[in-house]
Design a protein around this ligand. Sequence first.
Ligand code: NAD
Ligand code: UGA
Length: 457
Amino acid sequence: MKKNILCIGAGYVGGPTMAMIAHKCPDYRITVVDINPRRIDEWNSGTLPIYEPGLDELVFATRGRNLFFSTDIAGGIQDNDIIFVSVNTPTKTFGAGAGMAADLQFWEATARQILQYSESAKIVIEKSTLPVKTALAMERILNSAGNGIGFDILSNPEFMAEGSAVSDLENPDRILIGSRETERGRAARQVLVDIYARWVRPEKILTSNIWSSELSKLVANAFLAQRISSINAVSALCEKAEANVAEVARAVGMDSRIGPKFLNASVGFGGSCFKKDILNLVYLCRSYGLDEVADYWEGVIKINEYQQSRFTMTMLRAMFNTLAAKRICLLGFAFKANTGDTRESPAIFIARRLLEERAEVVISDPWALKNAAADLKDAAGVIRYIEDPYDAAAGCHAIAVMTEWDLYRHLDFERIHRSMSRPAFVFDGRNILDHRRLFEIGFNVYPIGKAPLTHFS
Ligand code: NAD
Ligand code: UGA
């Protein structure tokens, strides 16, 4: 084997990114380790711990050949001189910065493990999303032993999105690699450039100083989320002004300076990263005394929360100001289509709000029911989990689309309408359905950012 690579953290990032490197570099040996033995067992089984289109094929083709999943962290560190770290960096829930700052305890534990078990020089690569200047802390920990072992820290943030992870990893918009601007730092950077150069064109591999790289990741997520909050803010105005948010987005997005992507109004953005990374950015700005900048970015989160609560208020008002004992079917629970991930999914907030109103909630999703049940395990009230959308909608007073799964676009809504209580309502939190057609079938239809179509005078 030409190179031995270790990845610490076998999650949504570690698993797929290493599977892609193993696929593109058959002469490299890649080992992925984790402290969670169940997760490692799943990676070694026929049912992988995460659902991503194309991932099964990728893993099954490389696993046991040059891709290995293990719990032997110490052995992994000893045997590999290139170490990616892709452990989780959630929002802190305790102490200073609670609810804002990144919780770096898993990250720091990894640094200490690397220090404890290293017997030779290592290149340590930040794959996790981290506050700017984390590499400095990493360097200080790793160089604290004074045992002469050299550590070079690189920042190589991951920009893939869930649901399209495999194609994003295969055809990335760019690869970013930050290092110290020293001879050693640049040499370490080149080692990583050489790995990506196996399948990524040179002009797409950007190198930068390490702080720019760390910060670029937070800023990229903040810009993406900001676009969604911008169009969602506009959707509220459209509903008042009888404009159509899809038409506005199209007109605005055709300006080549703005571009058409990421302008779909929705019930709000979810996912494990947008909120946490913006909060992280806000916290950083505040700690540097940049309160105006912090307030600016915090607005992106506030609009997202507003959009979710606006959606439930629309449901409540449309359904005659009471949801008590009404049965509501949530179509989709994943935070986006093509994933079973429900972290920070708007559906969690909406299900809880509906339960507070004493509605009965029926949840349907092709991949996320197990996660949905875990998310709502402490919620009081009547909740049912039914994968088949027809069975889920039967007997309900309303349907609310939470996730843009393609299968929902093609449902037989006449059949669904016949099986529901009347008057039947559809709240399309993703604007994926044919609203006019639903109205003609007999539904009262409430899209996002468009006038509702109702049979009430
Ligand atoms: P995850 O929770 O799915 O996986 C993290 C894994 O790290 C877990 O399996 C956990 O058991 C393991 N871990 C924690 N501490 C460990 C330790 N000391 N030793 C070994 N293993 C340890 O998280 P994720 O979604 O893969 O995200 C990882 C990082 O990548 C985060 O910083 C996230 O912000 C960033 N990121 C995520 C995505 C995404 O799409 N999920 C995309 C880009 C960047
Ligand atoms: C996002 C970024 O797109 C990735 O580049 C980044 O690497 C990743 O975060 C990360 O750091 O974790 P992800 O959260 O997986 O990826 O998925 P997105 O496609 O960005 O969707 C995020 C949320 O925004 C979803 O709830 C989605 O439904 C919503 N969204 C997206 C909209 O409401 N409207 C849109 O136009 C686009």
